[in-house]
Design a protein around this ligand. Structure first.
Ligand SMILES: NC(=O)c1ccc[n+]([C@@H]2O[C@H](COP(=O)([O-])OP(=O)(O)OC[C@H]3O[C@@H](n4cnc5c(N)ncnc54)[C@H](OP(=O)(O)O)[C@@H]3O)[C@@H](O)[C@H]2O)c1
Length: 259
């Protein structure tokens, strides 16, 4: 409600990471329709240009940085004015059994989807507190709460940022800064194809896929309400209590097996 009133007099600004495709792009589209000013960050120049053409929105600035690098986050925090909403979404699927990933890769992925998200948030939060308002959305994954064989690194990274988000949600509530962690299941984006997990698009049944538009709608609604977490999609809300159980792990293993 307060946001709606503010928007009548001045524009609000959102910073979205991973905005070129998938969930981040849909988030940008959703907020553009509501007149937000947008700072959009992704890595690949070509995909950023395509997203700019597709979004076709004059109140958006497009930046390209590798968010797996500390200097990128430092530059963003030092050079972009404090936003009213941060959507920490950038990420990739990680395919790899135990011992298969190099130490460099593990550190890079951890920074991209956990350490760097923490640095980004902590770089802006003091100014949000000073302003007396702000919202933060972290896109984690339902994998944070489940056993993910051959994606253990991904699962642990997403669990780390989930725990961080839930904790700061309580901590910042009194300061009028809300933090919402979104835990999507399988979402129809290019993420799996990009990470060599394209077989999942065929193997995982259609009813287990949620559209990115729905993820955004449910996540944004939860964030506005100040909820600490949201699981987008009915199917994942229903199965969440079962995810840690052995039969569910067995089914997951069968569904995600390459052959
Ligand atoms: N799809 C799913 O099933 C699913 C499920 C649960 C959670 N998630 C999470 O949702 C988030 C978005 O994923 P998505 O499915 O929308 O994937 P996507 O379509 O592949 O989009 C990923 C976005 O992150 C950006 N990105 C990746 N690495 C980056 C880097 N090093 N620096 C800057 N930007 C980078 C990409 O930019 P470029 O185009 O420049 O590479 C792109 O904009 C991720 O955190 C993912 O883990 C996805």
């Amino acid at each position: 409600m307060i946001e709606v009133i503010i928007r009548l007099f001045m524009s609000l600004k959102a910073l979205i990471t991973g905005s070129s495709t998938g969930i981040g792009y849909q988030y940008a589209k959703y907020l553009a329709l509501q007149g937000w000013d947008l700072e959009l960050i992704s890595q690949n120049e070509e995909r950023s240009i395509i997203s700019k053409e597709n979004l076709s929105y004059e109140n958006a600035k497009f930046h390209t940085y590798d968010l797996g690098k500390k200097e990128s986050i430092q530059f963003i925090v030092e050079n972009i004015d404090v936003p009213d909403l941060i959507v920490a979404n950038a990420g990739i699927a990680i395919n790899g059994a135990i011992g298969e990933l190099s130490r460099e890769d593990k550190e890079y992925y951890y920074y991209l989807m956990c350490g760097g998200v923490i640095d980004l948030i902590e770089g802006f939060v003091p100014r949000m507190i000073e302003k007396g308002s702000g919202r933060i959305v972290i896109v984690s994954s339902i994998g944070a709460t489940a056993s993910m064989p051959k994606s253990s690194l991904y699962s642990s990274i997403k669990a780390g940022i989930y725990a961080y988000g839930k904790s700061i949600s309580t901590e910042l509530r009194k300061k009028n800064v809300s933090v919402t962690v979104s835990l999507p299941g399988y979402v129809r984006t290019n993420a799996h194809e990009r990470s060599g997990l394209g077989h999942l698009m065929k193997k995982v049944p259609w009813w287990m896929w949620v559209n990115p538009e729905q993820v955004v709608k449910e996540t944004e609604k939860a964030s506005i309400k100040g909820k600490a977490e949201i699981i987008p999609g009915l199917v994942y809300k229903l199965v969440r209590p079962l995810l840690g159980l052995q039969p569910a792990i067995h089914v997951w293993q069968k569904l995600t097996k390459k052959t």
